[in-house]
Design a protein around this ligand. Structure first.
Ligand code: UT7
Length: 328
């Protein structure tokens, strides 16, 4: 087995806000039905952050669990990377707020903006930084989507949820880490899934609020088509680069935006649904939080053991995508 880059995942963690919003709850907010949401997306419920909760609060909780499982103190960390598109503040970065919360001043801390692919982007960057840092790195993926959701748009509000997942990775000589990892993007398609205002292109104004330009907009059908193609291509390529057969994959953890996208990716990658960890029913699409939360769940429930081969694949706004094969 040839490693693209060795590193060890010392521990994983996740956090989900207490409040749960079911499809039945959504029936009271927009013109939809539980049946439509289940059959068209696979989602049954999602978690919603409290009013006073921000992305860094969720990441700090997930990080504490990951540090405990890794058996290390926050003071042992060499860097903090957070994949998010819903930062606490435009600046400082969410990673800096997390650093403050964990009380580990001095170490580098920064965010990665790659939407639903944010965790895979973060893990790729963190693993390449490990030799220089020489200490464990906290990599988190988290989004608080419900605060950028248009609750009058039934095409998007039924999809989204909040949560955070985290891993602690460390340098190693053991046979674990990436067999393959690839990232990609196509910025020419950015308008199809976008939070138009709030940045330097369209700064906040009364007009922005009136037109709800500070909230997520998506051309669902178009995004669906690209998601199916790009996530499928990326998964196939990651398996090919790893030099393994698809049936050697022990568990597939895809980004979870729609059960039909997951099923299609499985068919393309020749990985059966039985070997795919599907969490969309319980959480909906939590953007960058989705994969690390599903990963932590798979590790704690014993679906992934030391030595397991795990396939990741993600697709999101940008567009961005990524896929990797990892030996745990
Ligand atoms: O995180 C990565 C990026 N995001 C994604 O990958 C999401 C990709 N897109 C999707 O998952 C799907 O496109 C959606 C779930 C958003 C929509 O499903 P769809 O099967 O593509 O539906 P559609 O947009 O083609 O709409 C079909 C019908 C429309 O009604 P008419 O025009 O046929 O009368 C919609 O108005 O379904 C209607 N519709 C709904 N009906 C009940 C749309 N949303 C809803 C809803 N409840 N919530």
């Amino acid at each position: 087995m040839k490693f693209f880059r060795k590193f060890k995942i010392l521990g994983t963690g996740s956090y989900l806000p207490e409040k749960v919003l079911t499809n039945a709850d959504l029936e009271k907010i927009v013109d939809t039905t539980d049946e439509w949401i289940r059959t068209r997306t696979g989602i049954e419920k999602r978690h919603v952050a409290a009013e006073n909760e921000a992305t860094s609060d969720m990441v700090i909780e997930a990080a504490k669990v990951a540090l405990k499982n890794a058996g290390i103190a926050a003071s042992a960390l060499g860097a903090i990377i957070v994949g998010t598109i819903t930062p606490d503040t435009m600046f400082p970065s969410t990673a800096c707020w997390v650093q403050k919360g964990l009380d580990v001043p001095g170490i580098p801390a920064f965010d990665v903006s790659a939407a639903c692919s944010g965790f895979l982007y973060g893990l790729e960057i963190a693993s390449s930084m490990l030799p220089a840092i020489g200490k464990p790195i906290l990599v988190a993926g988290s989004d608080l989507m419900t605060k950028v959701t248009n609750w009058e748009d039934r095409g998007t509000c039924i999809l989204l949820g909040d949560g955070a997942g985290a891993v602690i990775i460390a340098p190693t000589e053991e046979d674990c880490g990436y067999l393959s990892s690839l990232l990609g993007a196509d910025g020419s398609l950015g308008e199809l899934l976008i939070q138009p205002a709030g940045g330097s292109r369209i700064p906040p104004s009364h007009e922005v609020l009136d037109k709800k330009l500070h909230l997520l907009q998506m051309k669902g059908n178009e995004v669906f088509k690209y998601a199916v193609r790009k996530m499928g291509d990326a998964a196939v390529k990651a398996i090919e680069l790893a030099g393994i057969d698809p049936d050697e994959i022990d568990l597939f953890i895809p980004h979870q935006a729609n059960i039909r996208i997951i099923e299609s990716t499985c068919r393309r990658a020749k990985v059966p649904m039985e070997k795919t960890h599907v969490t969309i029913g319980w959480h909906g699409n939590m953007s960058a939080g989705t994969i690390p939360i599903a990963f932590h769940d798979a590790v704690t429930s014993g679906l992934i053991k030391r030595g397991s081969l795990v396939l990741f694949a993600a697709f999101g706004a940008g567009f961005t995508w990524g896929a990797s094969v990892l030996k745990f």
